[in-house]
Ligand binder design. Structure first.
Ligand code: PEP
Length: 251
């Protein structure tokens, strides 16, 4: 079912003790509040097990930021979806533009990762979005449609229904340049329409589509007030509990 979600993406930040402290701070701040969204913390791999033990994961979900495209075996340095699930984490961010740009993750690789995440009961938070030159060339809808088609549209409607999507215009990530609420709504509506065209209106209506890209305490409420924006994937502003809480309570 469609839910509002605010998910933090800590990226490669925070030592283990700093990460546990931040997770506890967020968890304490959400405890006892009746929130209009689910809250997720996307931590580095090595934090997952400790963060899951340190907090109430029924109040604050925990996410990895990547998983391997292989089940297990001789893949030095990789972390499998099964390993992530064994820590108590319930989510995995996949297809982030930094993974696509710096680590060569293609739609074909991402399709394998999504499959393995689903096989292991994880909810993928799947990122899509165009770079600036693509938007300036008027190709942003085509880019996003092709990311959906190539990575996700081979899944059944039942499996697609287990995914969370995050529209993250790459030009807005970490740049302080946020998409306007109008630009976000326009793309989210397009994504929903594209899902309805491939599957059906029910699958499209049930899909949570988050916005990501320089979302912060001062613009979150406006972005989240759009009918097709179901929350946010938050990078920089998730590293500070007060800022993150202001975004969570922006609903
Ligand atoms: C992100 O990394 O997914 C992100 C949206 O980062 P930021 O909020 O810092 O732009």
């Amino acid at each position: 079912m469609r839910k509002n979600i605010v998910a933090g993406n800590w990226k490669m930040n925070k030592t283990l003790s700093e990460g546990i402290a931040l997770a506890k701070e967020v968890n304490a701040a959400v405890a006892g509040k009746s929130l209009k969204c689910d809250v997720v913390l996307g931590t580095p791999f090595i934090h997952l097990a400790s963060v899951c033990s340190a907090i109430d994961t029924t109040k604050t979900g925990v996410s990895a930021q990547n998983c391997a495209d292989k089940v297990s075996g001789a893949y030095t340095g990789e972390v499998s979806a099964a390993m992530i699930a064994s820590t108590g984490a319930k989510y995995v961010i996949l297809g982030h533009s930094e993974r696509r740009a710096y680590y060569g993750e293609t739609d074909a690789i991402l399709k394998e990762k999504v499959k393995l995440a689903l096989d292991n009961g994880l909810t993928p938070i799947f990122c899509i979005g165009e770079v600036l030159s693509e938007r300036e060339a008027g190709k942003h809808f085509d880019v996003v449609r092709s990311q959906l088609e190539n990575a996700l549209f081979d899944f059944s409607a039942a499996d697609f229904g287990k995914l969370v999507l995050a529209y993250e215009p790459v030009w807005a990530i970490g740049t302080g340049k946020t998409a306007t609420p109008g630009q976000a709504q326009e793309m989210h509506a397009f994504i929903r329409k594209t899902i309805a065209g491939k599957y059906n209106a029910e699958t499209a209506g049930n899909c949570s589509i988050l916005y990501g890209g320089s979302c912060n305490p001062s613009n979150a409420a406006q972005l989240f007030s759009n009918p097709d924006v179901d929350g946010g994937l938050i990078g920089g502003a998730s590293l500070n509990a007060d800022d993150f809480m202001q975004i969570i309570t922006a609903f």
